[in-house]
Every structure is written in structure tokens, then in C-alpha cells.
Design a protein around this ligand. Sequence first.
Ligand code: SAM
Length: 283
Amino acid sequence: MAEPGHLVLVATPIGNLGDLPPRAVEVLAAADVVACEDTRRTGRLLAAAGVRARGLVAVHDHNEASQVGAVLGRLRAGEVVAVVTDAGTPGISDPGERLVRAATQAGFEVRVVPGPSAAISALVASGLPTGRFVFEGFLPRKGSGRSERLAALAAEQRTLVLYEAPHRLGRTLADLAEALGGGRRTAIARELTKLHEEVWRGTLDEAVARAGTMEPRGEHVLVLEGAPPPAVVDDALIVAAISDRLAAGATRRDAVAEVAHGLGVAKRRVYDLALGGDSADRR
Ligand code: SAM
């Protein structure tokens, strides 16, 4: 019996055509239709892999919403729809998310053929901690969306992974240095898997200086060290700060509020210490 209609997300190379997984070739050849961002580009990829696709349909950022109905119609008709993007993993700063949501909500199975993604490739090559990381994709280009995101990232302790276009790289590095501090360890992964592949490593300030001396070319991923954990504040430091405030004439209530705010610790803890008690809470 034929399998019911389903969606298959297929990762494709981020530069080197040799990185198309063998199972991707099988799935793309067997699919009833391949949904792709650019039919000519995917046509070239398929030709290079020796795949004669049964059909190609364009689903990109500008028509993904309207194409969802057509794809669901195909799934209902029992078809297998493979989803690829121009490069890398669908749904990662690329179309795919909407199709997956619609397919799952309509009760269709979604499968995946995993493969390249620039974010993971850059992260593992960066030399920065890989145990915990956040993927930020492209930062908002301007306005409060951008400044609010930058401010939120400043306290993020996990390794940060961002995409950026070459002509915006210098501006983004400068904004990151201002928001996060220029001392953060940084890796810039450029043209991964391609002829001019390189991973540059240094501080954020050094990255800003370097971007100012040369015109960045090609595709880039930025990987940044996370923020250091907040310093542990000693009880003795809190007690000394309270004594200073009281000696300066502050009321106990004001002294507690000022010290809690100044040292970034809980008011309850400062209050307990102001009363001469012990604090179990280190924050
Ligand atoms: N879906 C893709 C993925 O899984 O990596 C990402 C698509 S996003 C539209 C394109 C961005 O990915 C580029 O602007 C760049 O930041 C990054 N990128 C893609 N290929 C790359 C490569 N070979 N080397 C470095 N960065 C790359």
C-alpha cells in the first residue's frame, strides 16, 4: 500500500556540492514534488547530483503563506512533498517553519533528512563553548527591535550564533561590541565548505578593527562568547555596604534598597543581613 502523503525537510549543501547526503538524493528523486526557494538553483543542484526530480515548485519568503494551501492539497492527495532551500537546513533563517506548522496541524507526518547548516558548522569550528548556545539568526536591521535585541543579548551567558550579510558585517560587529563589550571572544566563520573557507578568531574589538580595514566578502556566521556569570556577592561585602550607608545617615530601609540595587542582590537577603541575621541565599 502506498504511504500516506507527508512532508520531508531536506538539508542541502552550504557551498560544497559533495555535502548532499546520500539519503537526500534518494528522497529528492522519489518525492512527488520538491518545494524550493529558487527552481533554477535547485534544478542545478539536482542535476549535479544526478537527480531527475518529478516536479519543482517555488516556495520562498514572499509566497510561503499563500503556497501553504497548495502544499496541503498535495499532501491530502497522498503526495510526498520534499522541502529544500537555497542552502542549508530549511526553517533555519529560511522558509519551512510555516509549511511544517500547517502540515502538522492538518495531521500530516513531517520527516527530516538532516545535513548541513551554517550555524552548527560555525559553532563547532569556533573554538567557543558548544555545550549551551543560542541561535539568533539575523538581528533586526534597525530601530528599537535591533537595540532591544542587542540589550537582551548582553546578559546572555550561552554562546551566541548570528548570521549576517557581508555589507552589514562591520556595523553589526560595532553594535555588538558596544552592547556586549569589546572583550568578548569572537569567531567569524566565512565561506564554510567553499574555496575561501576561513575561521577568524579574536576579540570583538579586534573584529571591528579588522572589518574596518577590509571589505568583507562572502557569507559569514558570527559566534560570540556568552556573558560571564554574575559575580557571587559575599555577605561581608553586603554588611560593609549597609554600615557605610547607615553611617552616611541613610535610614535602614533606604540603605537596604540602595545596597540591593547597587550589588544586584535580593532585598530580602540584604534586609536579613541588616538585621544581623545570616543569609542562606547567595544572590
Ligand atoms: N538555512 C541556512 C542554514 O541552515 O545555514 C541559512 C540560510 S540564511 C538565509 C543565509 C545565511 O547563512 C548567510 O547570510 C550566512 O550568514 C550563513 N551562511 C550560509 N552559508 C554559509 C557558508 N558557507 N559560510 C558561512 N556562512 C554561511
